[in-house]
Design a protein around this ligand. Structure first.
Ligand code: IMP
Length: 428
């Protein structure tokens, strides 16, 4: 069972790091395949909290090799900040990190453009993390991107930075009323990393295929989530890459037949950061209670997350498009104390009852949730370590979610630390 993908089934922040951790030390390679430092994993190991944005959370696995795949966009300032921070805390795996030669670089101008574009969009803004992720992917598709390997050839790098900035400087100066960015300054800044980066650069697709051939366990660790996918998410309120399971093949350079298990991570309720449709969002005290109880504030930006009840239609679509073999349910303990828990089982769209996420953006924006009310529980479940130890109503909640979304739940998070899980079946 060597190729495993982990993907968020909602709008991100489902607690993917926690699930990764359960497979953690048995994994030989942990690969990030999409996104950049817009992600945020919080992992608690032995009482120590680690907040990572770019490195795979598998970096805390003392045995494995962490990999940044070709599908990732890399901010070198952040990369080396995280490496140094972890090295200073004695995390040995940073020394084994590999970075794909084909991964793209988030240059300083991408961050500037991310911010000015959002400002110009005004009320139509996406609510990005402002980390330059979208503009870096735009350059990649426009064939104006800078790749990690370009840092190995100074003359090529300087030409590429110049080409990339030519049009952008016109835009920055004439449209956005900002100072032009000097190509030589950008190139010098990027080149200042070359010698530290050189030993990490690899043909990671070659490395990973060889590892799979040898029967090694490779974990492809998704960032963001299904509904933030540029093709399958709530476009345009999405990120600029493909976090879905199929993105692992593109972003790591392995074929679909190498993937044996696809694990969807879903929170026991729903959250979202940034703009975009969210039918079960709670704008009242109940939403505030979920936010406080769940500590729903962004790891990357600190923004309060929008909170709402579990939406089975949102997860059902993710089950379908990602072919999840298993689900991992997180933060179930956060729901403790509610007399009854609403679960969205349909939408009313223009008076009609529907059971799938609507085809069009307009209909999704108008979708009103139709709830089923499940009985809650008051007992503290954070000490439960087997399904049988959960109260009957908690078990019924879990089983109803399985039925509604159409996939089996194999693990449940019942508290923030690594040990606080109920495993129903192994994820490997
Ligand atoms: P970007 O990825 O910074 O371009 O932001 C695009 C959208 O994706 C915004 O709504 C962000 O809030 C959202 N987003 C990006 N990364 C994450 C994440 O790791 N968790 C949750 N939302 C995210």
């Amino acid at each position: 069972m060597p190729g495993i993908v982990i993907v968020g089934a909602q709008w991100g922040d489902e607690g993917k790091g926690k699930a990764t951790d359960q497979i953690g030390e048995r994994v030989d390679y942990t690969v990030r395949y999409s996104g950049g430092n817009n992600a945020g994993h919080t992992i608690v190991v032995d009482g120590e909290t680690y907040a990572l944005h770019l490195l795979p959370s598998g970096i805390l696995n003392p045995n494995g090799i962490p990999v940044i795949g070709n599908g990732v966009v890399v901010d070198l300032d952040v990369l080396f900040e995280e490496i140094e921070l972890l090295a200073s805390r004695g995390v040995a795996a940073v020394e084994r990190l590999l970075v794909s030669a084909n991964a793209h670089v988030i240059a300083p101008y991408h961050k500037v453009i991310d911010k000015v574009t959002e400002r110009f969009l005004g009320k139509r803004k996406i609510g990005t993390t402002g980390r330059g992720v979208g503009p870096a992917y735009s350059d990649k598709v426009n064939r104006l991107g800078i790749r990690i390997q370009d840092l190995l050839d100074e003359s090529i790098l300087r030409q590429k930075v110049e080409a990339s900035l030519e049009q952008k400087n016109h835009l920055l100066v004439k449209v956005y009323n900002r100072a032009a960015i000097r190509p030589d300054e950008v190139a010098d800044h990027l080149l200042s990393y070359t010698e530290r980066l050189r030993p990490l650069i690899a043909d990671t697709a070659l490395v990973l295929n060889a590892a799979l051939d040898a029967g090694k366990i490779v974990l492809f660790e998704g960032a963001q989530a299904h509904h933030l996918d540029v093709d399958h998410g709530t476009y345009p309120y999405v990120t600029s890459s493909n976090p879905i399971a199929a993105g692992a093949c593109i972003g790591a350079g392995v074929g679909p037949t190498r993937i044996d298990r696809v694990i969807g991570i879903m929170k026991a309720y729903t959250t979202r950061v940034g703009e975009g449709p969210f039918p079960t969002e709670l704008l009242d005290d109940a939403g505030e209670k979920l936010r406080q109880d769940g500590g729903e504030f962004g790891t990357t930006t600190g923004r309060p997350r929008r909170c709402g009840w579990f939406d089975a239609l949102v997860v059902e679509q993710a089950v379908r498009v990602n072919s999840f073999t298993d689900l991992f349910l997180t933060k179930l303990d956060v729901l403790t104390g509610w007399e009854q828990i609403p679960v969205c089982v349909g939408y009313r769209v223009n008076g009609e009852l529907v059971h799938h996420v609507p085809m069009t953006q307009s209909d999704f924006h108008h979708a009103e949730p139709v709830y089923e009310y499940l009985p809650g529980w008051t007992a503290d479940i954070s000490g439960a370590r087997s399904f049988a130890e959960l109260p009957d109503t908690t078990q019924a909640y879990v089983k109803r979610l399985e039925e509604l979304v159409g996939a089996r739940i194999s693990g449940i998070g019942v508290g923030p630390s690594r040990e606080q899980v109920v495993m129903i079946r192994d994820l490997i």
